[in-house]
Design a protein around this ligand. Structure first.
Ligand code: NAD
Length: 484
């Protein structure tokens, strides 16, 4: 007999305990070879004064098992509470979020009968670093960070997933017509990695029209990989248009740890009434079983669940007259699934996993990042000033330029307003003055940049931050402002 795999389980808040009990009951009945270690997370922990929502000793369990099956939790509104989900993703390095969004026509109402899309969302970068600053009375900012290793890891994961699950196409969604450097890097990495998987079709859409097409004709998509924010929004959209967010599971995968959950929240108003649908968490647990090398059990559970849907045994959220046969509660639904272990669906496509695979597939780690020849060409100085206009500001700071550094432009919210600005451009109280070297220059030193900052500061303006203008092998690593 193979040894049991230890897993850490948290029952969460709201409907969490009920759907976790239902899920564990089904796993046990299907013969999952797991040893459960239970930890406390969520509302109780938050309200006991631990703003992270997880007790320090719970990390000990996670460090030991490295596999986390987590029910949804309630994050108290307001106060300094952090999202435990974001904390867990970051602490455990869970860089990939995998959300299969499938329709179960005709058993669950959907406008898209043949939808079977897997969203692969980058889970650590983008605006989710939460690096935000208030620059002035009027302006706030959030930094969007996209790295080459981060992009490479997630894009490789998407292609490895497609290969492991015999998927045909991977589509990349980005907005690199606007964010040429950040989303541009993600897209560039996608184009570099795609040819390494010649048997898989690679496709790309700008995220806005891509999202519209996904919502309209999801049957044309297979695996979709995208940066964090787009993935967060579009995976909920995809799950909902498939039939219900209540039916989708989610895997968060890292190099050493993994966390599995439902995509929905703790639905407090449904708690304690034996009403909630445990399907999302159950499908998260199915992903977990595949991850820990128990694809045989995953297949049994998944097919028993599909058969239960097919037999019309439905919780209130998917119950429909004429289609459903029996409206059941959480416990009765779990019993119905457990009773069907060993059965397969008759009309829905049966789940089939590679039962020879005894461990999770590993995405190759990111390749070494090349070393570039860097040159400092100048700096963007952010200035707060509510009273001034662009021309007056230019007159005030122009003289601070050095022998090889010139004030080349002033912009407001990314639009050039000096020189030759458009008089109707609406400006705010935060300005960016770009000081740059001439084209023939060999660049400036860091000290030159600091000296410039000092001279600009001496003019009496309020500097809020500065950014370096670097070129990498002669390619500018900074954007031009609109109109520059
Ligand atoms: P929610 O997903 O909990 O519930 C929205 C509605 O969807 C519910 O009122 C209910 O009608 C329905 N629903 C959701 N899951 C269902 C299920 N399994 N069965 C039947 N119906 C279901 O979203 P919310 O109300 O915005 O959030 C409630 C709490 O959950 C908040 O505190 C939020 O922070 C938290 N949350 C946690 C997670 C997580 O732990 N992963 C994710 C999202 C939200």
């Amino acid at each position: 007999m193979p040894e049991n795999t230890p897993i850490t389980v948290a029952h969460g808040d709201g409907i969490g305990p009920e759907i976790m009990d239902a899920t564990l009951h089904i796993l046990r009945e299907a013969g999952a070879r797991i040893d459960v270690d239970t930890i406390e997370i969520g509302e109780k922990v938050y309200l006991s004064g631990n703003t992270a929502g997880i007790a320090p000793e719970a990390w000990g369990s996670l460090r030991r098992t490295r596999v986390f099956l987590k029910a949804p939790i309630t994050t108290p509104q307001g106060g300094g509470y952090k999202s435990l989900n974001v904390t867990a993703r970051k602490m455990m390095g869970l860089y990939a979020n995998i959300r299969p969004c499938v329709s179960y026509h005709p058993y669950v109402d959907t406008k898209h009968p043949v939808m079977d899309v897997v969203i692969v969302r980058e889970n650590e970068e983008d605006t989710y670093g939460g690096i935000e600053h208030r620059l002035s009375d009027q302006v706030t900012q959030c930094l969007k960070l996209i790295s080459r290793p981060g992009s490479e890891k997630i894009v490789r994961y998407a292609f490895e997933y497609a290969r492991a699950y015999k998927r045909k196409k991977v589509t990349c969604f980005v907005k690199d017509n606007i964010m040429k450097l950040t989303d541009g890097l993600f897209h560039k990495v996608f184009n570099e990695i795609a040819p390494l998987y010649p048997e898989i079709e690679a496709d790309h859409w700008i995220v806005d029209i891509g999202a519209a097409k996904l919502a309209d004709t999801p049957e044309n998509f297979d695996v979709i990989v995208m940066p964090n924010l787009y993935g967060d929004v579009l995976s909920d959209v995809a799950a909902q248009i498939a039939g219900s967010v209540g039916l989708a599971g989610s895997a968060n995968i890292g190099e050493r740890y993994a966390m599995f959950e439902a995509i929905h929240g703790s639905a407090p108003r449904r708690a304690g009434q034996n009403l909630a649908n445990p399907s999302g968490l159950l499908l998260g647990a199915v992903q977990m079983l595949v991850h820990i090398g128990q694809a045989d059990v995953a297949q049994l559970v998944h097919n028993a669940w599909l058969r239960t849907l097919e037999d019309g045994i439905h919780t209130y959220d998917i119950y429909a007259d004429g289609v459903s046969k029996e409206k059941v509660g959480t416990r009765e639904f779990a019993n119905a699934v457990a009773q069907r272990v060993g059965k397969v669906p008759e009309r829905l496509k049966a789940a089939q996993y590679d039962t020879t695979r005894k461990e999770a597939f590993k995405a190759p780690s990111a390749s070494p990042v090349p070393v570039w020849t860097r040159r400092l060409d100048g700096i963007d100085i952010f200035i707060q000033d509510a009273a001034t206009n662009a021309s007056a500001l230019a007159e005030r700071i122009k003289g601070a330029a050095g022998a090889d550094l010139h004030l080349v432009a002033i912009s407001s919210r990314g639009t050039k307003v000096w020189p030759n600005g458009f008089e109707d451009t609406v400006t705010v109280d935060s300005w960016v003055a770009r000081f740059q070297t001439t084209e023939s220059s060999k660049g400036i030193s860091q000290q030159d940049a600091l000296d410039l900052l000092q001279r600009v500061s001496n003019t009496g303006v309020t500097i809020t931050k500065f950014e370096s203008l670097l070129t990498f092998d002669e390619v500018p690593g900074y954007s031009l402002s609109q109109g520059q």
